[in-house]
Design a protein. Structure first.
Length: 403
């Protein structure tokens, strides 16, 4: 027998910064514990909801489903078409002229991975540029595909806002065919987004400098509205720029565990679309062969049925408004607890997350003294706040900041 096992040389992988925080929270015995590290929307009772529109669609699909056979490699056709319309608009010429390719994926993460593998096959000398900061999995996904990953300036801690000049000037000097990852809205982790005017400049820059935009669109409807949040990617489409779009229904339909996402690629013409689709299907086939049916069928029913669609839009608005209300109440309650620091910038941020400006030292004190869990960067999930836990959250932060 060998002195060592086959896998004895394998080292322990570092914990995921978000999932590791959740594990620590679960193990904490403090009855008052609160986590603001989780990346899911929670309702006013602290639960991840099952939307009414989803329940109705699931019941309908249960009655309609006639087979458990495999889906096509690229997924549910009705879902893929509905995604294109949701992203680009029903009157989009890119859709009408078959300049749009969509494949169903395993959530938004799966869309990013399929897109990364696709780009590596045909632009293997490119470098991927992500915002500083960005969702940490962005770096890992593109590195695992074989790309070097660099960062462009994004968040300015001095203003708690966007460093657009730094962002623009860095991207302006990138080599042609550089892959630039952009968050269409509700930037994760900061909650800071470019303005429409700034997006217009980024679109022009991408075109004149022959860049490859890869747009992550995980939070449609959580910023300003379902249509309004699509401004950036529709601007790229209208400018006839070829780009990739990864979208997800984890948040907007609360379909987290169903893994419902899509990768959409804008092309120059129908023939190019055909060739791009053939390559995407090859990547999917050698990865997971074909996607699961349930979540995509539910999403397709909601998007294609007038009554279900109307109910869903109401529910998205309710989630968006509750998050914004929590932002306002968070800032007001901090002030009411005697915090002198100005946190008004939090009310201007969008989406589920906020860069609070709290230091790593403060975050650790909150964790150790009050069992209040935030990511080390100070990122907080505003969607995890509610009327019940907000007083404790703000009292805890006030106690540490007054030390």
């Amino acid at each position: 027998m060998s002195d060592s096992s086959l896998f004895s040389q394998i080292q322990q992988a570092p914990p995921d910064p978000i999932l590791g925080l959740t594990e620590a929270f679960n193990a904490d015995q403090n009855p008052k514990k609160v986590t603001l590290g989780v990346g899911v929307y929670q309702n006013s009772t602290g639960k991840v909801p099952v939307l009414t529109s989803v329940r109705h669609a699931e019941a309908r699909w249960f009655e309609q489903e006639t087979t458990k056979s495999y889906l096509p490699i690229d997924g549910v056709a009705a879902y893929n078409k509905a995604v294109q319309i949701l992203l680009l608009g029903a009157d989009s010429p890119r859709i009408a002229q078959n300049q749009t390719v969509t494949v169903q994926t395993l959530g938004g993460t799966g869309a990013l991975k399929i897109g990364a593998d696709f780009l590596k096959n045909f632009f293997n000398q490119s470098t991927v540029w992500i915002s500083n900061p960005s969702w940490e999995n962005h770096r890992q996904i593109f590195q695992s595909a074989g790309f070097p990953v660099q960062t462009y300036p994004y968040y300015d801690p001095k203003t708690n806002g966007l460093d657009f000049d730094g962002m623009y000037n860095t991207i302006k000097n990138l080599p042609a065919k550089s892959i630039v990852l952009l968050h269409a809205c509700c930037h994760n982790p900061t909650g800071v987004d470019p303005t429409p005017e700034q997006w217009t400049k980024l679109v022009e820059l991408s075109k004149t400098h022959d860049l490859i935009p890869f747009i992550d669109f995980a939070y449609q409807g959580f910023g300003d509205g379902i249509e309004e949040d699509a401004f950036a990617l529709r601007s790229f489409a209208q400018a006839n720029i070829s780009c990739l779009i990864a979208n997800s229904f984890s948040k907007s339909m609360s379909l987290y565990r169903e893994r419902v996402g899509a990768l959409t690629i804008l092309t120059d013409d129908a023939d190019e679309s055909k060739r791009v689709l053939s390559q995407l299907k090859r990547i999917i086939r050698t990865n997971y062969s074909n996607p699961p049916a349930h979540g995509a069928q539910v999403a397709a029913l909601i998007l294609n049925d007038e009554k279900l669609r109307a109910q869903w839009e109401i529910e998205v608005a309710q989630m968006r408004n509750r998050i914004q209300q929590m932002r306002t109440e968070f800032v007001k309650t901090l002030s009411a607890n005697g915090v002198k620091q100005n946190f008004d910038f939090i009310t201007q941020q969008k989406g589920m997350f906020s860069y609070t400006g709290l230091s790593k030292e403060t975050v650790h004190k909150l964790r150790n003294q009050f069992a209040l869990y935030l990511v080390d960067s100070g990122r907080a999930c505003i969607a995890a706040m509610n009327e019940k836990n907000l007083p404790y959250i703000c009292q805890s932060i006030a106690s540490v900041l007054k030390e």
